[in-house]
Design a protein around this ligand. Structure first.
Ligand code: FES
Length: 91
């Protein structure tokens, strides 16, 4: 399970958090229903660089709706299929 948290504090909200959430909902529904939990969060204290998104423990700033497919592909999908949390798997 991967948890995506989108900041819906006032600054991120005004910078387009609702559209970022809608885009995440669409890609989750299409590619990984029931494997990804999408939540709204209070201010993450990175307001100057919103929209702020947390994917498990990783934080991303300045996220726009058009960034969502790339974030999903590059961050969420590997987290779903790789359970070693980035540890070196050696050669
Ligand atoms: S409102 Fe989103 S980081 Fe503050």
């Amino acid at each position: 399970m991967v948890t995506i948290q989108v900041c819906v504090g006032s600054s991120c909200f005004l910078r387009g958090a609702p559209d970022v959430i809608k885009k995440f909902e669409a890609v989750i529904e299409k590619y990984a229903p029931r494997q990804v939990e999408l939540k709204g969060t209070f201010c993450q204290e990175l307001c100057g660089n919103g929209v702020t998104v947390r994917i498990n423990e990783k934080v991303f700033t300045s996220v726009a709706p058009e960034d969502v497919p790339r974030l999903f592909e590059e961050q969420v999908i590997p987290m779903l299929y790789c359970h070693d949390d980035g540890a070196d798997i050696g050669g």
